[in-house]
Design a protein around this ligand. Structure first.
Ligand code: GDP
Ligand code: MN
Length: 375
């Protein structure tokens, strides 16, 4: 789950990172009040869950509350990379001398978190990483020991940070590390961390991605999920405990088990087709779950055929078959379907489906070929 800039920065601030004073507005008049309260120059920042807002025109400096109101009005009407802007952050403007990058993510290959810093921070960090990777300094963090002071100092030295800022940098780096660990994040990033005209460090931008599997430990953050910005089908799937990811093919897949779902997608491709989604209905799938899953699959207009691939272990194939039939009572559709059931009560399940004139298959290869032909 991605967190908005303003939420990420508040989390960082809890751990001792210095952030600008600011508040969120959803209307131009709210923006005006906040700008008045902050007095003087502010920056008006679109809150959308994509990077590159600055380049897209979603961030503007304002010299007065009147100007802030105007920017808020314009930005609140924008779409950035397809996402509507519904909130703006009004922050006290910083006088920026230079921009640093500071971030933490998991390095899977090293099996450790890695902290990265660069003196070339700001809006083009991806380009820096691509063209001059040596400008990004990395240090791996032992997950049990945590970030050590000497490691933060080492980073500060290697990015040529002026000596008098090392202490502040250490505080920021340790704060970011604590925020990362204690929020179960997979990414925590400050870009830019700026050196201000007064020679202080200030986190001007913030980004966090949390591990969805750990969200139950952070109910306060979980409830900030921005539903506006997620596909409706994915929200419904999550609410029913289904893992659903939309893809761009035309064969809808309903499968129990993630590994089996991957296999199903592969075999569809092997026979020249293309899956419209990944969908794992999990174990113990009952009729209701099957109906929800089917509705989700069919809500995608590009689906031209549906392939059910169910392995009955704990799940009983006859219950799944009944679920499919029940679901079809509710969901009006003429999309062709192929069902492959194997395992517990498969025979009973196939019989139920045959009675209802549904196409069944015994092997996965057979099922996939039929689905590809139907699509
Ligand atoms: P992003 O483009 O989505 O990464 O948004 P950022 O929050 O990083 O802002 C982009 C750029 O806008 C920064 O790199 C800064 O150069 C500039 N910027 C952001 N806030 C301020 C501010 O308070 N003062 C000034 N002068 N520039 C700012
Ligand atoms: Mn940024």
């Amino acid at each position: 789950m991605k967190l908005h800039e303003y939420i990420s920065k508040r989390v960082f601030a809890k751990y001792g990172v210095t952030i600008p004073k600011g508040e969120v507005a959803t209307t131009p008049s709210e923006a005006k009040k906040i700008a008045e309260k902050l007095g003087g120059r502010v920056v008006v920042k679109s809150q959308v869950l994509v990077g590159g807002r600055g380049k897209a025109g979603g961030i503007h400096l304002a010299e007065s509350p009147a100007e802030a109101t105007e920017h808020a009005f314009n930005i609140l009407g924008m779409e950035i990379k397809g996402l509507p802007v519904r909130k703006v952050l009004i922050d006290e403007a910083a006088d920026i001398k230079s921009e640093i990058y500071l971030g933490i993510t998991n390095d899977r290959a090293a099996r450790k978190p890695v902290m990265m810093a660069s003196a070339a921070g700001g809006i083009d960090i991806e380009e820096v990483a691509h063209k001059t990777p040596e400008k990004i300094i990395k240090v791996h963090i032992d997950p049990l020991m945590g970030l050590q002071n000497y490691q933060a100092r080492d980073l500060a030295a290697k990015i040529d940070l002026p000596r008098e800022l090392w202490r502040g940098f250490g505080k920021t780096a340790c704060g970011l590390w604590k925020a990362y660990v204690e929020s179960d994040a997979t990414l925590a990033e400050i870009n830019p961390l700026v050196i201000t005209a007064e020679n202080r460090l200030l986190a001007v931008d913030g980004k966090m991605v949390l591990d969805d599997n750990a969200l139950f430990r952070h109910p306060d953050l979980a409830e900030m999920r921005d539903l506006d910005l997620e596909a409706e089908a994915e929200i419904e799937a999550r609410e029913h405990g289904l893992s659903y990811i939309k893809l761009d093919g035309n064969i809808g897949c309903m499968v129990n088990g993630a590994g089996l779902a991957m296999t199903t997608m592969d075999i569809i491709k092997l026979f020249g087709g293309s899956p419209a989604n990944f969908l794992d209905i999990g174990g113990g799938a009952n009729a209701e779950k099957v109906a929800v899953a089917l509705r989700i699959i069919l809500s995608d207009p590009s689906v031209k055929a549906v392939l059910f691939n169910i392995f009955g272990g704990i799940t009983r194939c006859d219950l799944v078959a009944q679920g499919i039939l029940d679901a079809l009572e509710e969901v009006e559709t003429d999309v062709p379907m192929v069902v492959r059931l194997v395992g517990t009560n498969a025979k009973e399940g196939r019989q139920l489906l045959a009675n209802a004139d549904m196409e069944t298959a015994e092997t996965l290869a057979d099922a996939a070929q039929k689905a590809v032909a139907a699509a």
